[in-house]
Write a protein that binds this ligand. Structure first.
Ligand code: C2O
Ligand code: CU
Ligand code: CU
Length: 504
């Protein structure tokens, strides 16, 4: 095996020489002006497959019983971490259901704090959305029910608690939802057997104190960067190895991190095929050898491992690199952007199955000539100067910090709108709009990236960029209850880079 370089806290650790040997996981992150994180080292462990929950059918509805709970989890090698989760101590089961089903989510809050649980990516009535207005008090049960009109794809459910989304997600309140159509996948040759050839890859990064507790900081600098960690987890486990039994696998890449952007590729740079993004299948598979994934973005990829080799999914420097320019001048973390492994694949036991050759997946509706009801301009603000460095304010959209009592925008149901997202600030912002799956029209007048040609609910707006998206407003009307739109760097969201809109 070739010698590879990894940034391990200045220790100069590199991969060993044995046949199946991978670099340790912890990234070195020296916090300037703050203490360094605990630097654990992890032995290889088995790939963590989340519990699958398909609900139970009660009177024609798919019913899911979800309990928000707290406890301890073994994430680090030798010590437990106090965590929160859904039906488990840390993170959550994968919820699987089908289009056209009516799902009923019975969410009981057994935490000692209020929490809201949001169904990210779903088109549904605003009262069922699980945003900050649907907070569940400790001890209470909240029921959300809706008919699934979204397309089959990989979705996200997570805390959306007023001012506490970031720290609750960090402690564990988030998981993956999948809308599946196994018959259609079978026809298209797309792997779809959960845990056999279809795997969630829920990516989070965390930082720890030596005592095993999570490290979380809410300083001004930390807010600006968003909270990053030096331990990379896939489905809650560090340094894991997937040993697939089949040579064609689907990975549902899902960035569930608070703030970290990933630039993903395989260690041998092998190509893979992107078949779906946030809200559904692409028209045609895209052959790629890397993809960018901002916080909250999902990408279903198909990887051919019929060569039986061992490989790693890696992050490569050079994307979302908040360490350049202004951020580093102001003393920001200089090491947010580095090379590291996320998890490994050992394909030596993979039985050969047919390769993936499908060239046409679906036809997306043609929106090229739809009437545009409104064009909205949204400017992402991070105020410079003293307010930014020392104040609490400064994170806003169109100069307005999030206020639960203010409706910022009003849209008309069953129409299309163009939203122009403009980012004059010093960091990139992944912008998410609730209750819609949109299309990306352009970035500074140029076409979107090749992996952005499908249905999306989150789009990164880079520094100095203007991104235009085409937003269907959906069928649900409610003059009072708003939906959210916000930056999915959760520290930015909590700090005020969020607005609300109603659909009437
Ligand atoms: Cu993923 Cu408003 O959230
Ligand atoms: Cu959402
Ligand atoms: Cu942001």
């Amino acid at each position: 095996m070739k010698r590879r370089d990894f940034l391990i806290g200045g220790l100069g650790v590199t991969a060993g020489a044995s046949a199946v040997s991978f670099a340790p996981f912890a990234l070195g992150q020296m916090m300037i002006g703050q203490r360094a994180y605990y630097q654990p080292s992890f032995a290889l462990q088995d790939f963590a497959l989340p519990v699958l929950d398909e609900g139970s059918t009660v009177q024609g509805k798919q019913v899911f019983k979800l309990v928000l709970q707290s406890g301890e989890s073994r994430i680090l090698p030798n010590i437990n971490t106090p965590t929160i989760g859904i039906n488990q101590n840390f993170l959550a089961p994968v919820l699987r259901f089908k289009k056209n089903q009516t799902v009923r989510m019975e969410v009981t809050n057994k935490l000692g704090e209020a929490a809201a649980l949001h169904w990210h990516g779903m088109v549904l009535p605003a009262t069922q959305d699980g945003g900050p207005h649907q907070a569940i008090k400790p001890g209470d049960t909240w029921v959300a029910e809706w008919q699934v009109i979204n397309e089959p794809a990989t979705y996200f459910y997570h805390s959306h608690t007023h001012n506490h989304t970031a720290d609750q997600v960090w402690r564990g309140l988030g998981g993956q939802m999948q809308i599946v159509d196994e018959d259609r996948d079978a026809q298209l040759g797309i792997p779809h057997q959960y845990g056999v050839d279809d795997f969630p890859v829920i990516i989070t990064d965390r930082a720890f104190n030596k005592s095993g507790t999570f490290y979380y900081s809410n300083t001004r600098m930390q807010k600006m960067q968003g909270m990053h960690g030096n331990v990379i987890l896939v489905n809650g486990a560090a340094n894991s190895v997937l040993k697939p039994k089949k040579s064609l696998i689907r990975l549902r890449l899902h960035n569930a991190s608070n703030a970290r952007f990933y630039h993903l590729h395989f260690s041998d740079n092998r190509p893979f095929q992107l078949v779906a993004t946030d809200g559904g299948l692409l028209e045609q598979p895209q052959t790629l050898n890397y993809i960018h994934l901002a916080p909250a973005e999902r990408a279903d990829i198909i990887v051919d491992v019929s060569d039986g080799k061992t490989l790693s999914l890696q992050n490569k420097k050079g994307y979302g690199n908040l360490n350049t320019g202004m951020m580093s001048m102001m003393g920001g973390n200089s090491d947010l952007d580095s090379n590291f492994d996320l998890f490994h694949i050992d394909a030596s036991k993979a039985g050969k199955v047919a390769a993936f050759n499908t060239t046409k997946l679906v036809s997306l509706p043609d929106w090229s000539n739809v009437d545009i009801a409104t064009t909205r301009r949204l400017q992402l603000d991070m105020q410079m100067g003293p307010t930014m460095m020392f104040g609490s304010g400064g994170f806003a959209i169109n100069k307005n910090e999030y206020d639960m009592n203010v409706i910022n925008e009003v849209a008309k149901a069953n129409t299309f709108e163009i939203w122009e997202l403009h980012n004059p600030s010093i960091t990139h912002h992944p912008i998410h709009v609730h209750n819609t799956q949109f299309r990306i029209l352009d970035r500074n007048g140029r076409p979107p990236y090749s992996w952005e040609n499908g249905l999306k609910d989150t789009v990164t707006v880079y520094t100095d960029e203007k991104v235009r998206i085409l937003v269907p407003t959906g069928p649900y009307k409610d003059a009072k209850m708003p939906y959210m739109y916000h930056c999915h760097i959760l520290e930015h969201e909590d700090a005020g880079m969020m607005g609300q809109f109603t659909v009437t």
